[in-house]
Design a protein around this ligand. Structure first.
Ligand code: BGC
Length: 725
């Protein structure tokens, strides 16, 4: 936790003693301003009507509004300006799901730092990130914003983002407040349809969905956003169990909670409040301190306090939480900038370097038959084909508010840069990912015929993922599969690069391609990063942060599932798929598709090969409260220098309740030269093995555990240890 001056609480108390009830409710209200801050709004700021704005005006508008709040309002309480700085401000990094594929907390911290620096220079104090929703459903469009399916990975990376945004202290230059969202369970939307109902037993909530939030709060996250979803019958923005019991009482969170956009009054259609007044009372009592966009607090709470229906203390507590964050950010004390640049600066060299490195580390090599990749830089000609080869907006991905298409370097531009325009034949084949016209096919085939290798940039447009953009089919949209078939007729090495906001299903295309790179939506520097990988300047090193299904019908499919009484075995893979004939008996499987995923969690290839040997567990047992180390030797047995992400998994063999078949408990990115071997060591404590039992108590139970060190969630060297009483 960060340390803040002790006198903050005194200053808050002093202000509270002088504030009117209207001024307090103003602090609890956040207004969304699409354009400039109008004269009327300025007047309202003078009167203390608003505590916060989102999406407000230009940097100069924000400075002026802040000047009015500080100098011309009765008590001089500053505004807090929030904005969705989700994966970059001006410089756009890969979508969060792509960043998660890097398994690189330090680089992710650096990217968040760059975003905070750029945003704070534009007068932003607060970002609505990181998004820490765990999801097991790639249909859900917001999977793009998540850090994947695993609570351990999302915790490590989410905490790193918080540290990046907030720096060493909130009032340091270039720091902005983080907001962890969407608290909580939002990613479990039934059917992957956005905003849908969630049912999450408390044990699962605590073991999986709450974990990344807890980690981010421990890392000092200043604010929390309450979610849209109905959680077990109680909407998350009116849920005293998650907001008061867990967040405040158990975790001792002392920042503030903001609702999601209108989520307070959406409790009316959810059917737990008869109208906005009741919604306001429910949200306030549950622990939502600031209302985003809707106005039920300001319009109804005054009367509710005056009539005695609501305790004034609830209002004071909410205002106290909000003011505390404003003080911590230094907003009361920071000088108002005299001049604001009219134009925002384009990304600087440092920002672009971080964006390129993160884009490169986020790309996952899924297939590389006969070492098709890397291509040699001396290759004659390449054909660059596909709707995502030169599509700057799509390449940036969803939730981009301040990134500029003109800053983006696409793969087409990057290959032309490196190889020279004469060696790059470009024929998009399709205008967009959803295009169904084959009019561009002949030109694409012709380009392929005249090239030595074909680079096909496929995937989905950015508009197909993100909020309220769920999909029921996860295939490559439009005529992309047909384009692959067409171009394959040229008989040239076929390298498919997929840009998407989620795991897609593309088994046929993968079978047809010689190599497949999964690049997510890689952001501003995606093009140069991909060119470096394709041409072997760098080896791919990303690993999947989420399980890739073969088909939508397998969803939910995730690695850390429970066993069944009849787990499927390898023999079930022999079933002729697509026919309802079952020669193999009664296992937990499908008749028409393998039970295994297309690609498992943690999976990703490299241009080199890594060999894992010599698993050691420092002791055959550890007493409760003790620790041990697990190590293995990892050697680069190939011919190029590369990073490997070494993963540690455990399985608790017998519990008082069923336990996942594997759980990630550690990971490390190691760089190895050809022939180099290194011992990678992890420490495990009995606290790391804890879970919530049938009484929802956090316990580690004695017994035998399996432990693996390996390259993904399905392989690795296995050892064993026992936890004793
Ligand atoms: C989204 C949030 C976002 C907020 C403010 C909502 O619709 O769910 O993630 O931060 O809008 O733009």
């Amino acid at each position: 936790m960060m340390a803040y001056p002790a006198n903050i609480e005194q200053r808050i108390n002093d202000l509270l003693s002088r504030m009117t009830l209207e001024e307090k409710l103003g602090q609890m209200s956040q207004h969304s301003v699409g354009g400039p801050i109008s004269a009327q709004l300025k007047d309202e700021i003078r009167k203390g009507r608003w505590g916060s704005f989102l999406n407000a005006g230009s940097p100069a508008d924000r400075v002026e509004a802040q000047r009015i709040a500080l100098k011309e309002s009765r008590l001089g309480i500053p505004l807090i300006f929030g904005r969705d700085v989700i994966h970059g401000y001006r410089t756009i990094f890969p979508i969060p799901l792509g960043q998660a594929a890097s398994w690189d907390p330090e680089l992710i911290r650096q990217a968040a730092r760059v975003a905070a620096r750029e945003a704070s220079a534009a007068g932003i104090h607060w970002t609505f990130a990181p998004m820490l929703d765990i999801t097991r459903d790639p249909r859900w469009g917001r999977i793009a914003e998540t850090l994947g399916e695993d609570p351990y990975l999302a915790s490590a990376l989410g905490a790193a983002m918080v540290r990046g945004f907030q720096g060493d202290s909130l009032d340091a230059p270039g720091s902005i407040a983080a907001c962890v969202k969407h608290y909580v369970g939002y990613g479990a939307a039934e059917g992957g349809r956005d905003y849908n109902t969630t049912w999450i037993p408390e044990r699962l909530l605590r073991d999986v969905y709450l974990q990344p939030f807890h980690a981010a709060i421990r890392a000092g996250a200043a604010t929390v956003m309450s979610a849209f979803n109905d959680l077990n019958g109680v909407p998350a923005s009116g849920n005293p169990f998650t907001l008061r019991q867990v967040l405040r009482n158990e975790w001792k969170f002392d920042g503030f909670v903001v609702s999601d956009w209108n989520s307070v009054i959406e409790m009316v259609p959810h059917g737990v409040a008869a109208g906005p007044r009741e919604a306001a009372l429910i949200a306030l009592r549950a622990g939502v301190d600031m209302e985003m966009v809707s106005r039920s607090y300001y319009e109804h709470l005054k009367q509710a306090v005056e009539s005695g229906e609501v305790d004034q203390k609830l209002i004071d507590d909410a205002v106290r939480n909000i003011l505390r964050v404003k003080f911590r950010l230094g907003l009361f004390d920071k000088p108002i900038p005299e001049k604001v640049a009219a134009e925002e600066a384009p990304p600087d060299a440092e920002a672009l370097a971080v964006a390129k490195k993160l884009a490169a580390e986020s790309v996952v090599l899924l297939k590389n038959a006969n070492r098709t990749l890397p291509l040699s830089k001396t290759i004659g000609r390449v054909a660059v084909i596909g709707p995502l080869a030169d599509s700057p907006v799509d390449q940036m991905g969803c939730w981009v508010m301040d990134g500029k298409a003109s800053d983006v370097r696409t793969p087409l531009a990057a290959f032309r840069d490196v190889l020279g325009a004469a060696r790059v034949a470009y024929a998009p084949g399709l205008k967009t990912s959803r295009d169904t016209s084959r009019a561009g096919f002949p030109a694409a085939l012709e380009a392929a015929r005249r090239a030595d290798a074909v680079l096909l940039f496929l995937g989905e447009e950015q508009i197909l993922s993100g909020e309220a953009h769920s999909r029921a089919f996860l295939d490559l949209p439009g005529a992309q599969e047909a384009l692959v078939e067409e171009v394959a007729k040229a008989g040239k090495p076929l390298i498919v690069v997929i840009m998407a906001g989620r795991p897609l299903t593309f088994e046929k295309v993968a079978a047809r391609a010689d190599a497949v790179l999964y690049a997510w939506h890689p952001g501003t520097m995606g093009g140069p990063a991909i060119a470096d990988l394709v041409l072997g300047v760098e080896s791919p090193s990303g690993k999947l942060p989420v399980t890739f299904p073969r088909t939508v019908g397998q969803i939910p499919i995730y690695y850390n599932h429970m066993n069944t009484g009849r787990p499927p075995s390898e023999k079930a893979l022999g079933i002729p798929t697509g026919t309802p004939v079952d020669p193999q008996g009664f296992d937990s499987k499908y008749l028409d598709v393998d039970f295994t995923p297309a690609y498992p969690f943690g999976y990703g290839l490299s241009y080199t090969t890594f060999e894992y040997t010599n698993l050691r567990v420092s002791s055959p047992s550890m007493p409760m409260g003790g620790k041990l180390t697990v190590s293995a030797d990892v050697a680069n047995t190939g011919t190029v220098e590369a990073d490997e992400i070494v993963q540690l998994y455990v399985r608790d063999l017998v519990g008082s309740v069923t336990r996942p078949v594997r759980e990630l408990k550690g990971f490390r990115r190691v760089r190895l030269k050809p022939g180099e071997k290194r011992t990678v060591e992890f420490e495990l404590t009995t606290a790391d093995l804890a879970f919530h039992n049938a009484e929802n108590k956090l316990v580690t139970e004695p017994g035998v555990f399996h432990v693996w060190i390996g390259p993904d969630s399905t392989r690795g060297l296995r050892g064993e240890f026992r936890v004793t009483e």
